[in-house]
Design a protein around this ligand. Structure first.
Ligand code: F6R
Length: 240
C-alpha cells in the first residue's frame, strides 16, 4: 500500500479529492463511495469547489453511502446521511436517482441491506471508495472481528465506536447498531483511498501500516488490495 503524507489537512483533502476527480474524469458514470464522519469534510469542500469551478462534472456519477447509525436519519444531526448531505450532496447539483444511502430509520434493516446490495449489483463494483479509519481500526462500520464475506449487513457497534459517536451528535444518543457495506464489497472496489488526519489517529495509522493484515484491525485488510493508497497528514503519520 503506497502511503502519501501531506503537510496538513487542507493539502490532504485536496490530494484525496483529486483521486475522486481523476476517477470521474476517466469514467463519468463512476460509482463513488465516500465515508461520513469528520475526516472527509475537507474532501467534500474540495469536490464542491472543483464542481463550481468546472473542474469536474458529476452529472452522470453515482454516489453510494458507506454506512449509517441504525435509528438515525437525515433529520438527526451527526448521522452519516446528515453529514454527507449537508456538506456534499446538497451543494452539488445531483438528481435523486444519483444517490443511494442507507435508511437508518428503516423498520426492516435486512430488507434495507438487500436493497443496497441490489443497487451495488446493478451499478458496482465501486470505482473509488474513500474510507476513514475508526479509533479501533474499523472501516465503514466493519468493527474488529468482522467477516471478510460480508456484503451489506447490520452490526452491533463496538464500545469504542459508541463512545466516539458522541462527538457527532452534540447530545448523548443511544446508538448500539449500525448498517454498513461489508468488507467483501469494500475490498472489491477498483480504487481504495484510506484517509486519516490528526495526532489522535497516529497510533491506529501506525498499526494499520505495521500490523499484519487481520480482521481484528479491519483497516489492515486494505493492504491486501493492490489498488489501495493511504493518505495521511503529518500529524497522523507521526508514529510511522
Ligand atoms: C463513517 C465511517 C467511519 C468513519 C471512522 C472515522 O461513515 O464509515 O468508519 O470513517 O469512524 O471517523 P472520523 O472521520 O469522524 O474520525
Amino acid at each position: 500500500m503506497k502511503t502519501s503524507i501531506s503537510s496538513g489537512y487542507a493539502e490532504l483533502s485536496k490530494a484525496v479529492a483529486q483521486n475522486v476527480i481523476d476517477c470521474v474524469k476517466a469514467k463519468p458514470d463512476a460509482l463513488i463511495c465516500i465515508a461520513g464522519g469528520d475526516t472527509p469534510l475537507g474532501v467534500f469542500a474540495a469536490l464542491v469547489e472543483a464542481q463550481n469551478q468546472g473542474r469536474v462534472d458529476f452529472s452522470r456519477t453515482q454516489f453510494l453511502g458507506l454506512d449509517e447509525w441504525l435509528g438515525l436519519g437525515l433529520a438527526d444531526k451527526g448521522s452519516c446521511r446528515e453529514m454527507v448531505w449537508h456538506h456534499f450532496f446538497d451543494k452539488l447539483t445531483l438528481r435523486e436517482e444519483q444517490i443511494c444511502f442507507f435508511d437508518g430509520l428503516t423498520h426492516d434493516p435486512q430488507a434495507e441491506c438487500k436493497r443496497v446490495d441490489g443497487y451495488i449489483e446493478k451499478h458496482g463494483p465501486i470505482d473509488c471508495i474513500v474510507l476513514g479509519i475508526g479509533m479501533n481500526g474499523h472501516i465503514g462500520f466493519n468493527e474488529p472481528g468482522a467477516s471478510l464475506e460480508n456484503t451489506c449487513h447490520v452490526i452491533d457497534l463496538d464500545p469504542v465506536t459508541q463512545t466516539v459517536s458522541v462527538k457527532y451528535f452534540g447530545t448523548p444518543r443511544e446508538v448500539k447498531q449500525g448498517i454498513s457495506l461489508g468488507l467483501k464489497t469494500i475490498l472489491a472496489s477498483k480504487k481504495i483511498v484510506l484517509m486519516a488526519s490528526g495526532e489522535k489517529k497516529a497510533a491506529i495509522v501506525a498499526q494499520t501500516v505495521n500490523h499484519p493484515t487481520s480482521v481484528e484491525i479491519p483497516s489492515t485488510l486494505v493492504k491486501t488490495v493492490p489498488q489501495a493508497n493511504l493518505f495521511v497528514d503529518k500529524a497522523a503519520a507521526s508514529a510511522l
